[in-house]
Ligand binder design. Structure first.
Ligand code: SF4
Ligand code: SF4
Ligand code: SF4
Length: 331
């Protein structure tokens, strides 16, 4: 029979079982995720960007997205959106200081930067999504979104360290919006529309391994020296002649949260371009382990409570069986 003593003993045993599976031990960060062999990505070189925003228009066209009414829309005059949104997956922003006349200079200068999904090597959005609506392609590493699987919880919005996924509140079919590296164009032999139309090769598409080699080549050039840049996609025939840039030492996306498949070069510090300063360890490594540890550790107390309920039911049964049958009111 279940007594107060056996119950207390059981509770102590249950607590011991929980303590024997310490959260801390199981919540240790899992191993780092690595770049897939066939990883595809983009290189954005701010020193080559002329701010024409052709890439923004091409992105909208390629993804069938409408023009937006923004703070800059006056009457019937439309202007480019200032930030990414449910209807805009790619934005070119401009840093400006003082007179704003010197390209890629901090003082009295200006510089361009691109805002779009970074296609993280270990994406927090994928890790946070409870229904696998966000997935990382095993071959290309492209981070994709499945609207049919999405339940609209917006965990991915909260989890992304680059503040990328946007939720469309104002449509009859609310969903997440973010760049998917134009993977839908691959069936027609096409690639990222933003890179395809870029007149200077400032946005360049290709295998990440080749983009990294191109970054190393650019860094080795003497600033100001004439050079030939690939235009559109790396390995193609289209090129652009221009002067080598003077870059800040860091390549943005090389180490941030375990690396990203979209990388940035710049002539001004990334802090001035509003790029978040992030650790080199992917937060998903820790948060995912913690999540799993919580779920795993819940099994022990839940199992104990189940056993307790069974015990209580069994202890009560003899009493029930021994009780006299209910008597009817009739004769
Ligand atoms: S930038 Fe944000 S949305 Fe894009 S892959 Fe990384 S975590 Fe996901
Ligand atoms: S909103 Fe959709 S994609 Fe984002 S976490 Fe929820 S289910 Fe996943
Ligand atoms: S890859 Fe495609 S969806 Fe992504 S920013 Fe470029 S054009 Fe837009």
């Amino acid at each position: 029979m279940l007594t107060r003593r056996t119950m207390l003993r059981g509770l102590a045993g249950g607590a011991g079982a929980v303590a024997a599976t310490p959260l801390c031990r199981e919540a240790q960060a899992r191993g780092a995720r690595h770049l897939p062999d066939g990883a595809l990505g983009l290189l954005f070189d701010g020193t080559l960007c002329i701010g024409c925003r052709a890439c923004m228009a091409a992105c909208k066209e390629a993804n069938d997205l409408p023009a937006e009414h923004t703070a800059l829309t006056i009457g019937n005059y439309w202007d480019a959106p200032l930030d990414i949104s449910g209807e805009t997956l790619n934005v070119i922003k401009c840093y400006r200081e003082g007179a704003g006349t010197k390209k890629d200079e901090v003082k009295d200068g200006f510089a361009f930067t691109k805002v779009s999904c970074m296609h993280c090597v270990d994406p927090s959005c994928v890790s946070a999504c409870p229904v696998s609506a966000m997935t990382k392609d095993q071959v290309t590493g492209v981070v994709k979104y499945n609207v049919d699987a999405c339940i609209g919880c917006r965990y991915c919005v909260a989890a992304c360290p680059f503040n990328v996924p946007r939720f469309t509140f104002d449509t009859p079919d609310p969903h997440i919006s973010k760049c998917q590296l134009c993977y839908h164009r691959a069936v027609d032999g096409k690639y990222a529309a933003c890179a395809e139309v870029c007149p200077t090769g400032a946005t360049l598409f290709g295998p990440v391994i080749d983009l990294k080699a191109e970054i190393a080549r650019r860094r080795a050039l003497t600033p100001g020296a004439e050079t030939t840049y690939p235009r559109g996609k790396i390995g193609g025939t289209d090129t652009y002649r221009g002067a080598a840039g003077r870059y800040v030492a860091r390549t943005y996306g090389e180490h941030e949260i375990g690396g990203t498949q979209v990388m940035h070069l710049s002539g001004v510090p990334f802090e001035l371009l509003n790029k978040p300063k992030l650790p080199s360890v992917a937060p998903a490594r820790i948060s995912e382990s913690l999540q799993h540890a919580i779920y795993n550790n819940l099994i022990a107390p839940l199992g104990f409570l189940g056993a307790l309920a069974l015990l209580a039911w069994r202890n009560m049964r003899p009493k029930r069986d021994a009780a006299p049958p209910p008597t009817g009111g009739g004769s």
